[in-house]
Write a protein that binds this ligand. Structure first.
Ligand code: GRF
Length: 218
């Protein structure tokens, strides 16, 4: 088997997507291993989950860097190098990264967004999806580019929106999809099966999972 890709996961909060990645990587045949979980907030709940799983954790507290985004990103970069990370997964990481940092990790940094991009970039995606009356909603894993919630789409998962959905109910169903598509997307990338052509992801290999997941209406 090829060496597993060394992955750093960056979080800001509870880290349920991080936990899904940790769970997937417990399988020795999974092509990636989590070598670091780092948070920009010392109180990020996911840090405890990561520690309990026996993983290396770190905090780069953005408040210590004031408006100096380059210095914050520099500290992050040093940490990633220290742990010899090869891929970075943003998982509920609520900081914008500098274009320099993003360029360094081009096609090696993934993000998960709780909407079917390019619809509903930004915050409050579930409330906005409900307000718009869309019938399908979901989540997207994409490569990170300097522009927020943009970049080549690796995987998407869709759920039906129910007439009686509120934000809590819808976000819960989408979160369950997030926890399935993030490990899938990371697997595809770690296996070297994802290439970007004209700004779009192509996934090599006729068999096995591709980047689409439609969760049947329950
Ligand atoms: C997820 O919905 C993710 O898509 C969004 O922020 C939330 C983070 O949740 N960007 P968690 O920290 O992974 O539980």
């Amino acid at each position: 088997m090829m060496a597993r890709k060394r992955v750093a996961v960056l979080i800001s909060g509870r880290g349920s997507n991080m936990a899904a990645l940790i769970e997937a990587a417990k399988d020795k045949t999974y092509p990636a291993e989590i070598v670091l979980v780092a948070a920009n907030r010392p109180d990020a709940g996911g840090l405890e989950t990561a520690k309990a799983a026996g993983l290396a954790t770190a905090v780069v507290d953005h408040t210590k860097y004031g408006k100096d985004r380059a210095a914050f990103d520099g500290a992050l970069q040093a940490l990633l190098e220290q742990h010899r990370a090869e891929l970075v997964c943003l998982a509920g990481f609520m900081r914008l990264l500098t274009a320099d940092f993003v360029a360094r990790w081009q096609e090696r940094m993934l993000n998960i967004h709780p909407a079917l991009l390019p619809s509903f970039k930004g915050l409050d995606t579930h409330a906005r999806a409900l307000a718009a009356g869309v019938k399908l909603h979901g989540a997207t894993v994409h490569f990170v580019v300097p522009e927020m919630d943009s970049g080549p789409i690796i995987a998407q998962g869709a759920v039906a929106v129910h007439d009686d959905d509120d934000e809590a109910a819808l976000s819960k169903r989408v979160l369950a999809v997030e926890h399935r598509i993030y490990p899938l997307a990371l697997k595809l990338v770690a296996e070297g099966r994802v290439s970007v052509v004209d700004g779009r992801c192509r996934i090599a290999g006729a068999d096995g999972p591709q980047g689409a997941m439609i969760v049947p209406a329950e």
